[in-house]
Unconditional design. Structure first.
Length: 132
């Protein structure tokens, strides 16, 4: 049987970034700050996003729909330190507490981001973010 063609570095990096974004969205939907450790390296970005989660999402609630989408994606760097430049936008979200919608937020504006990733034993993690 023929083997599947190899996945390009750029495609694999983009898939990994989408997975990180989905994990972050899930962390906000479940109000699970521990999940953010699967998105970022330990450091200021992780600390800041955990603080944002605690500020935006009260105990017993979740922020549903805060999904990040990417377009105009370019990947550079290497497999250990890939860098993604893309236009990112966060979707409209709802604050849900005990199954009841308590608030809504519109989609955020699209921003061009430079996202530096780093390969760890647990997979890629976001090491730095820069808005352009």
């Amino acid at each position: 049987p023929a083997s599947a063609p190899p996945v390009s570095f750029a495609a694999a990096t983009f898939v990994a970034l989408q997975r990180l974004a989905a994990t972050r969205s899930h962390a906000f939907a479940e109000r699970d700050a521990a999940l953010l450790g699967q998105v970022y390296l330990a450091g200021p970005l992780l600390t800041a996003d955990r603080a944002l989660l605690a500020r935006l999402v009260p105990a017993g609630c979740g922020l549903v729909g805060a999904d990040t989408t990417y377009r105009e994606v370019a990947v550079s760097g290497n497999v250990v330190h890939p860098v993604v430049t893309a236009t990112a936008a966060v979707g409209a979200s709802r604050l849900v507490c005990g199954g009841i919608v308590r608030g809504q937020a519109p989609a955020g504006p699209a921003k061009t981001m430079r996202i530096a990733l780093v390969s760890t034993s647990a997979g890629l993690r976001i090491a730095a973010l820069q808005t352009r």
